[in-house]
Design a protein around this ligand. Structure first.
Ligand code: FES
Length: 101
């Protein structure tokens, strides 16, 4: 059964930034877009690039390896329809960022 797991404090991630987190046995890319947090699997579905090191553009992140774009809310690939990465629900409570795992 999925549980909320605290992965960061709100202050740990500035607006417009992303970071890679190791949570349990997962690598998760966490992003802050204008105060809204998004969590995706870190591994790009193209060839495994680190999405957490990618640049945010609007509501998407661009993989740093070959520039595929993924919607942060859905994980859907903009360049290759039908491809996607997993997303995780994010909840912010008392300045703590929690991901449902
Ligand atoms: S590995 Fe991400 S676009 Fe190629």
């Amino acid at each position: 059964m999925a549980k909320l797991v605290t992965v960061a404090n709100v202050q740990d991630l500035a607006v417009g930034d992303g970071k890679v987190l190791q949570v349990r046995n997962l690598e998760i890319a966490l992003f802050n877009v204008d105060g809204a947090f998004y969590a995706l699997e870190n591994t790009c579905c193209h060839r495994g690039g680190p999405l957490g090191d990618g640049a945010i553009k609007g509501n998407s992140v661009t993989c740093p390896w070959h520039m595929w774009e993924f919607e942060l809310a859905t994980g859907a690939c903009v360049n290759s329809p039908g491809d996607r990465v997993r997303t995780y629900d994010v909840v912010v409570e008392d300045d703590q960022v929690k991901v449902r795992l």
